[in-house]
Each structure stands twice: as structure tokens, then as C-alpha cells.
Design a protein. Sequence first.
Length: 129
Amino acid sequence: MDSHARASAPPEGLDSRGEIVIQGMTSAGRKFRPSDWAERLCGMMSVFGEDRHLSYSPYLKPVVAGGLTCVVVDRRLEQLDPAAFKFLLGFAHDNELCMRPGRDPKSDATSSGAQERRAPEPLPENSSS
């Protein structure tokens, strides 16, 4: 499999989850820059509403989880806009960003072996880091 095909396929262990979290940390352990990378990435799918406010796509959200800037990608985007989904995975791959599974809306939190997870905190709307 060539590197382009690897970039468009979710890493192993992420293919059955409801979300993929792209973390702002490289595989070498360095913090990814610029500091507003998540807002920029999510901005590519933002729209201005009738209220003239910018709204992020419901399939792509910038968050802070465990003090780390991340982008949560809803797996439904893969079916709705395959090119955008492929771009996001390619971006993470090209920049050597770590990815992890996010929440799985299909899983039952009360089932045995399930761990309670705190939802990532949304970034402030007027963040200027």
C-alpha cells in the first residue's frame, strides 16, 4: 500500500469508532504549531449562518482534551464528504499527528467493560492563542 492510500485510511483501531480525535501532538512528542491549527482546520468546513456568526460543521470540532488541542472528526463525514474525510486523515498523516478513538455513540456506557469518559472541553469562541 502506498503512503497516499495509508493517509486516506483510518489507522488501525480507529475504523469502528464513531469519532476520530486528531491530537495536537506529533509522533515525536512535540506540540503541533501554530497554536490555532485546530480552528484553522475546522474553519475549512465552517459556514456563516443567517445570524452572521461562523458555525463549525457538526462533523468537525476543535476541542481541548487533557490540556491538548485536538480536532474531533465524526466518522459520518466519511460517507457524507469522502474528499474532506480523506483530506483530514492526510493532514494528520503528513504532519505526523497522533490520532486516537473518540466517543462511540453506538456503544452502551452501561455495558460491562465500558469506561466512563468525560467529553472534551470545547475551545472558547474568541480564543486568540
